[in-house]
Write a protein that binds this ligand. Structure first.
Ligand SMILES: [Zn+2]
Length: 85
């Protein structure tokens, strides 16, 4: 298998945190997936995608136990308006 982004053949299965948006929050979930060792592009198998979809579904409908590990913050200023002329 070759990376479609950078062409590297260094693609291996790794355990990573996948970030899933949930309203204003981001939920991290641990999965095994194929990752390009050169550019970091992630490749998901059909079964991994299904697992992630099922997890998103559970997030919405079940009362999953989630641990708070950080905050999602937003800058008050619009970056494009902060640019100096
Ligand atoms: Zn790559």
């Amino acid at each position: 298998m070759k990376c479609i982004i950078c062409g590297s053949q260094d693609i291996q299965e790794k355990n990573v945190d996948e970030e899933i948006r949930f309203g204003n929050d981001i939920v991290m979930v641990n999965i095994d997936t194929l990752i390009c060792g050169s550019c970091g592009e992630r490749y998901y198998s059909r079964s991994t995608l299904k697992l992630l979809e099922e997890f998103e579904d559970k997030l919405k409908h079940d009362n999953l136990k989630l641990d708070v590990i950080g905050s999602v913050l937003r800058a008050s200023n619009d970056l494009s308006k902060m640019a100096t002329a």
